[in-house]
Design a protein around this ligand. Structure first.
Ligand SMILES: *[C@@H]1O[C@H](CO)[C@@H](O)[C@H](O)[C@H]1NC(C)=O
Ligand SMILES: *[C@@H]1O[C@H](CO)[C@@H](O)[C@H](O)[C@H]1NC(C)=O
Ligand SMILES: *[C@@H]1O[C@H](CO)[C@@H](O)[C@H](O)[C@H]1NC(C)=O
Ligand SMILES: *[C@@H]1O[C@H](CO)[C@@H](O)[C@H](O)[C@H]1NC(C)=O
Ligand SMILES: *[C@@H]1O[C@H](CO)[C@@H](O)[C@H](O)[C@H]1NC(C)=O
Ligand SMILES: [Zn+2]
Length: 467
């Protein structure tokens, strides 16, 4: 009896000691002499979440095994490159940051936006990216070809930036970003950098995500680039000193020439002005909006037509004057064309953001992140408040929630919900099987033992054998 008490005391002391140790270790927080660690945000365009399960990616896996993996992320509608990259650095849905699509028309300014002609500030000024806001904290920042990098947003740019140039290699982009983050001895390095890379989006569009041969080549390149990024950061002495987030804007789905939706079969091209086409079309009717809408609403069983006012709330794609009077949303894998039967891309994205194929992933590593931690899902808009918190920057109003990512951070005392639920369920199961076992044994045991039990368990009066 005494031995058992001693053992319990010992275990209790040990647990207490471990708890204190954990608190001390996790309490060594991010504030050093020069403030929080710098943060590097990297986007690999079009990295669909389940590529992680389908392809080896050894460098990426080694990165998140030392940090955090978010298996999939719900991005914003429309699931296109520019809207989602702006959501990553503003924490806003498209309707609130104003970058609604790859092609836009603004009826107030009468201007047209295309991703290759995007530097007019009026498109971007409805929001402010982190590389601008962080300047107000006295930080230097950098934007390497991230959408909006070279735009004068609220009259400013990041301290360092490069305009988009598809010919600049990943090595050159990383080389410049590393140089900026390192500083030059006299000058402090940048505190926040955003780095953009086009792959695996290009491969996904060209061959379709289901072409395993071509996708594994594309993703091998991406993984080699992640290896290059890690070794460049190590050479610069930044690895382990800075926080790194690797993520993406959207996924990709397979398209087919057998899944074309031809608008001309429902409505002549003279009856509307086309602002954007697929997989989310934006139309301005020339005459009667209702008449045009009625022709489109039953046009195809794999396409849904919405009047602007009736776009579902969950898409957060209504409250902006850049949303056109009618939008058409194709079902997953379907392509909208005006006429003809030519399919230009075997893979595409832009579809409903509730589709798993449209979701990207997130991996993070660095002094502020937990090690070997995994969560199922967060939202793209949640990354902005996380980054502001990591940098101690006063973020602008946004649609993200810090508590969704809190457990990713070292030093946060977090109950692991699945673990706790698992433990509770396990203990309950164990207790009930022990109870059942005892009752069962009670029925089998000789009279003398049952008499002994009756003395001990006298409230067990629902057992007829004991009566
Ligand atoms: C780019 O857009 C501006 C207006 O936003 C327009 O005036 C200009 O002609 C466009 N340039 C090209 C090359 O399309
Ligand atoms: C920075 O980019 C320029 C232009 O592409 C390139 O010539 C240079 O080598 C890059 N710098 C580093 C350190 O990689
Ligand atoms: C993948 O793409 C390559 C190159 O276009 C092509 O030769 C091959 O047949 C495709 N494979 C599948 C399964 O579609
Ligand atoms: C389509 O355009 C034609 C020619 O302008 C017009 O007569 C017709 O009413 C239009 N239809 C709709 C549904 O707007
Ligand atoms: C998103 O955030 C903006 C800025 O705070 C706000 O105006 C907007 O109402 C929010 N949207 C939703 C759906 O909460
Ligand atoms: Zn993209």
């Amino acid at each position: 009896m005494l031995g058992r008490v001693k053992r319990m005391l010992l275990v209790g002391t040990l647990l207490g000691f471990l708890f204190v140790l954990a608190a001390v270790v996790s309490g060594t927080d991010e504030v050093g002499p020069t403030g929080p660690p710098p943060l590097l945000l990297v986007s690999f365009d079009g990295f669909r979440a389940d590529y992680l399960k389908r392809f080896p990616m050894p460098n990426l896996k080694s990165l998140y095994s030392q940090g955090v993996l978010v298996e999939q992320m719900t991005n914003v509608f429309v699931t296109k490159t520019f809207p989602n990259h702006y959501s990553l650095v503003t924490g806003l849905y498209a309707e609130s940051h104003g970058i609604m699509a790859s092609n836009m028309y603004d009826p107030d300014t009468n201007k047209h936006f295309h991703i290759s002609n995007n530097t007019d500030p009026s498109w971007w000024n409805e929001a402010e990216p982190l590389w601008i806001t962080a300047l107000d904290s006295g930080y230097k920042t950098a934007a390497m070809m991230w959408p909006g990098s070279d735009v004068l947003i609220h009259n400013r740019t990041a301290t360092h930036y490069f305009s988009y140039n598809p010919h600049m290699t990943f090595r050159e982009r990383v080389g410049n970003v590393t140089k900026w983050m390192k500083g030059d001895g006299k000058e402090e390095g940048v505190k926040f950098a955003a780095l953009y890379w086009e792959q695996p989006d290009i491969t996904g569009h060209r061959y379709g995500p289901e072409n395993t041969t071509m996708m594994s080549q594309g993703l091998k390149e991406v993984d080699d680039d992640i290896g290059l990024l890690i070794s460049e950061l190590k050479m610069a002495g930044l690895w382990g000193q800075i926080n790194v987030i690797i993520t993406s804007d959207h996924g990709m789905t397979q398209c087919s020439p057998d899944r074309l939706i031809q608008l001309d079969k429902c409505l002549g091209p003279d009856n509307y002005t086309l602002v954007d086409l697929t997989p989310v079309a934006a139309l301005i009717p020339k005459q009667n909006t209702t008449a045009v809408f009625n022709l489109l609403k039953n046009c195809h069983s794999h396409m849904t037509a919405y009047l602007k006012e009736s776009i579902p709330e969950r898409l957060h794609y209504r409250n902006n004057h850049r949303v056109q009077p009618i939008i058409l949303v194709a079902d997953e894998g379907w392509t909208i064309v005006q006429t003809g039967n030519v399919l230009h891309r075997l893979g595409d994205h832009g579809y409903d953001n509730s589709l798993p194929s449209m979701h990207p992933f997130l991996a993070a590593v660095g002094p502020s992140f937990r090690q070997g931690y995994r969560i199922g899902s967060i939202e793209t808009v949640d990354i902005y408040p996380l980054m502001c918190h990591l940098l101690s920057v006063n973020g602008r109003p946004n649609n993200g929630t810090l508590s969704h990512t809190r457990c990713m951070m070292a030093g946060e005392k977090c109950w692991d919900v699945p673990l706790v639920v698992g433990l509770v369920v396990g203990v309950l199961l164990l207790l009930s099987s022990v109870t059942v076992l005892f009752r069962f044994l009670g029925r089998r045991r000789p009279q003398s033992i049952r008499d002994f039990q009756r003395l001990n368990i006298d409230d067990d009066d629902d057992d007829p054998l004991l009566e």
